[in-house]
Unconditional design. Sequence first.
Length: 326
Amino acid sequence: MTKVSIIMTAFNEEKFIKKSIESVLVQSLSDFELIIVNDGSEDDTLDIISQFDDSRIILIDQENQGPGAARNNALEIASGKYVMYLDADDWFHPQALEISYDEASRKDTDFTFFQMINYDDKTHEVYENDWFNLNNFDESFEDTVFSPEDIEGSIFDLSVGVCQKIYNTSFLRDIGAKFPEGIFFEDMPFFYYVLLKSERISIIKKHLYYRRKHDASITHVVDEKFLDTVPAGQELMRIFIENGWYDQYKFDLLAYKINGPRFALRDIKENYKIPLYELIKKDYLEIKQTQYYNDFLDNLGPVKRKFFLDIIRSKDYQEFKTLNQA
């Protein structure tokens, strides 16, 4: 069995994908397969991928289906004992596979976190932050194995990014882990499902992944992709409710669900504010008709509760702005 399957999805990544692929091919651990999904790219991405002559590269060339479907399609054919994900504009540390594989296999984890480091494409600055440094895990979590119960009060303070972990492939398949398809921010519901199904987790306090910040980064440009903060939050609620996790986590879950679209509405480009408001309003009016409505009223803090009610009470975006500024 191959030790590690790396899954990379690519849509119009001609500027960056060469470096990303090269960072895999020079890994100190050579027993891997690199599954690249060209997700309907319209630039030279496919041509660049095709220039690499390495039997460990498996190419899926498909019409554009979005990142969730692309990752699901790759996971179906992955033959590695473990799976790692690499975005086509990022790259691995040369020992990323070896270090993460050794940790995960030695401790028999369902998945293992490792640190990421940021790279600014304009300034060429490399910099750290608390989020990707896993600073929510203190020294007691190092060189040990823990479960979700050990971090119950802080699960919504963790990095949800799929690329910051190595996963046991059999574990993912046994729990039926799938990314939501047709939306962005698919990492988030996937992460919480995997996290709360897991029993054995560990961390590696080493920077094994370089995360490139550039003008087209999904988290850098608050554009129409952020409309999907609403369906991603709906999917998250569904996962918690259907798996019996809702009551245990509802206080933090509801705040988390509100905050994603709330911050997106604040920061999104002006021409997307009304469409996002309308999506949020539709979601909240549907919640109002469910048994969970009073939970929102009873568990949200004053700022988030006001946002929730101002959306419901307003007849349009302009009235919402007036209400929410009061």
